[in-house]
Design a protein around this ligand. Structure first.
Ligand SMILES: C[S@@+](CC[C@H](N)C(=O)[O-])C[C@H]1O[C@@H](n2cnc3c(N)ncnc32)[C@H](O)[C@@H]1O
Length: 273
């Protein structure tokens, strides 16, 4: 027994294929720990009014490891009952649970568009609860996206605390990188003001995008590649390689964007289990 699920019921908005960008990143970034895990268990926390994105997550990660097990956790019992018809045990299950992860010990937790409806002060404790329940070498991926999944961002949090921020955009629809500001993770969205790391990063990316305007002739991907290269050249700790940039991504070390120390987004995760 793990007691009462931690958290609160929020709006259940979701959409098919909305989380494809983060799923692609998880499949690439977490491939090694997933393949090496004794129990390849993944939790999708807060799947919403329908379990469609959990079903998609299981299908995408099965390409990495066919015996991956995905458990969708929801704090709303009505949504748990509603998802039962989509279950395919043991590969895909739906249960009631919250930030404590219902006693599970997954290799990966995806929690998208969940913390957006909480106060910022809830972020640190939620990260600590989820990251503290991870299997060794596990990763929590927590973030936000727009309704159709064209703009997204997420934080990778390990048992040692937050590690990276990823910005991701469908380049064909991207006006300018600054629009990603609307879809920053809860830990950062209120810190996008002049002088902060995240504001500096978005500004550097936006300026790189403007400077690379002539490359639009060759398509938005070429323009994004140049913009990200400019961000790296300016000294930002870019963690990923051009192969990911080509997908409209940019991943930087969390240290470059971490909010001031007294804020919850800067806390260090302490293993609790
Ligand atoms: C906006 S929906 C997100 C659905 C889906 N993840 C997506 O991105 O399309 C947020 C869902 O998270 C659930 N939720 C909020 N806090 C939770 C918690 N602590 N544990 C489990 N589910 C939670 C809400 O009940 C809601 O159904």
């Amino acid at each position: 027994m793990t007691g009462r699920p931690r958290g609160m019921v929020t709006r259940g908005t979701t959409n098919p294929n909305r989380l494809r960008r983060v799923d692609g990143w998880i499949a690439a970034t977490c491939a090694r720990p997933l393949r090496e895990a004794a129990d390849p268990l993944v939790v999708d926390l807060g799947y919403g009014a329908t379990p469609v994105t959990t079903v998609e997550l299981r299908a995408r990660l099965a390409a990495v490891r066919p015996d991956v097990r995905v458990v969708g956790l929801e704090i709303d019992p009505v949504r748990v009952s509603g998802a039962a018809a989509a279950a395919d045990p043991p590969w895909l299950e739906f249960r009631r649970g919250g930030f404590e992860l219902a006693g599970l010990r997954p290799v990966v937790v995806r929690a998208l568009n969940v913390l957006r409806q909480y106060d910022e002060a809830a972020v640190g404790p939620a990260w600590a609860a989820m990251a503290g329940a991870l299997a060794p070498d596990g990763l929590l991926v927590e973030g936000t996206c727009d309704e159709l999944g064209r703009l997204a961002s997420w934080v990778a949090v390990g048992a040692d605390g937050p590690r990276s921020l990823t910005l991701s955009a469908r380049l064909r629809h991207l006006d300018r990188p600054a629009t990603l500001a609307e879809r920053l993770p809860k830990a950062l969205i209120h810190h996008n003001v002049p002088g902060t790391g995240v504001a500096g990063l978005l500004d550097a990316l936006d300026r790189g995008w403007q400077a690379a305007a002539p490359y639009s002739t060759f398509g938005p991907r070429q323009r994004w590649l140049r913009a990200v290269a400019a961000v790296a050249a300016a000294g930002w700790p870019v963690l990923d390689r051009p192969a990911r940039w080509r997908l409209g991504e940019l991943t930087v070390a969390w240290s470059a964007v971490s909010p001031p120390p007294r804020d919850p987004g800067s806390i260090h995760v302490v293993r609790t289990t």
